[in-house]
Design a protein around this ligand. Structure first.
Ligand code: NAP
Length: 263
């Protein structure tokens, strides 16, 4: 299937590792020009060098702290100078602080809002004018299965990703007539550094081994394994493509059947 992504310009945020990184690679493989960011220069450069070796000048990266609007604006300006107007925006972010209600201070709420919701709103504000003008655009938010089934100790993720889902749905109505689609991908358990550190944390907390927690978590999944970042990235590439022009305002789970609800 030709996804028609050659020379489209994409931004993928929080993408030196994990899901974001896999989305960058999938879009590059389809011939798109991809700009990505993350907050740590060392992580960013390592990934950038790997991609440059394979994809040359089709990839661009610059540090950007998603919690800081000036940093987002600087990154966006650099992307425009390098590649021109943006056709595809993939909003990803690092996970907000984990914990229960009584673990959260006001500063945690403020940081969670900035990282998950405000950063996506800010990037959307930046890309919408040119997408409207060109009558084509793709906005994809990486959220979480917590929008379908809240996770008890991930309060901030539950709250702000649900907000992001409502934001996306509302925008999808407003901009459909401009050829702009807005969708969310809700990952289940996908094996990235974040998930590995979550397993390590649970192992330490419960005095069990990493392997025990790993097999307990995979056993409850219908597919009996964790997802691969590339499996989520394939969905992102499809939603970014011309082929997905009739899909908007939706949340698609990539979770190996983990969520048991009908919709
Ligand atoms: N993996 C899963 O199973 C799963 C399931 C549900 C939801 N999610 C959500 O999906 C998102 C990505 O997950 P992941 O597993 O890919 O996480 P990950 O492996 O920890 O990667 C997170 C990425 O975010 C970047 N980042 C962190 N803070 C940032 C900041 N302030 N500004 C810019 N970039 C920042 C990190 O790079 P730097 O360190 O270089 O900044 C890194 O590239 C997370 O929000 C997670 O909660 C993941």
């Amino acid at each position: 299937m030709n996804l028609g992504l050659e020379n489209k310009v994409a931004i993928v945020t929080a993408a030196s590792k994990g899901l974001g990184r896999a989305v960058v690679e999938a879009l590059l493989e389809e011939g798109a020009k991809v700009a990505f960011c993350s907050s740590n220069l060392e992580n960013l450069n390592k990934t950038l060098q790997e991609f440059q070796a394979k994809f040359g000048n089709n990839v661009f990266a610059k540090t950007c702290d998603l919690n800081n609007e000036n940093s987002i604006e600087e990154f966006y300006s650099a992307v425009i100078s390098n590649f021109g107007e943006v056709n595809i925006l993939v909003n990803n972010c690092g996970g907000p602080k984990a914990g229960y209600f009584e673990d959260m201070q006001k500063s945690d709420w403020d940081a969670g809002y900035k990282q998950v919701l405000r950063s996506a709103v800010k990037f959307t504000e930046l890309v919408i004018p040119s997408m409207k003008k060109s009558k084509w655009g793709r906005i994809i938010n990486i959220t979480s299965l917590s929008v379908k089934q809240p996770v008890d100790n991930l309060l901030l993720s539950n709250v702000f990703r649900s907000g992001l889902t409502a934001f996306a749905k509302t925008l999808s109505n407003t901009y459909a007539e401009f050829g702009i689609t807005v969708n969310n991908i809700a990952p289940g358990h996908i094996l990235t550094e974040r998930l590995k550190s979550l397993i390590e944390f649970r192992a330490k907390e419960t005095g069990r081994t990493y392997e025990e927690i790993f097999s307990e978590m995979t056993n409850v999944m219908p597919v009996k394994r964790f997802g691969k970042p590339q499996e989520l990235a394939a969905m992102a590439a499809f939603l970014a493509s011309e082929k997905a022009a009739f899909i908007t305002g939706t949340t698609i789970q990539v979770d190996g059947g983990m969520i048991k609800s009908l919709l």
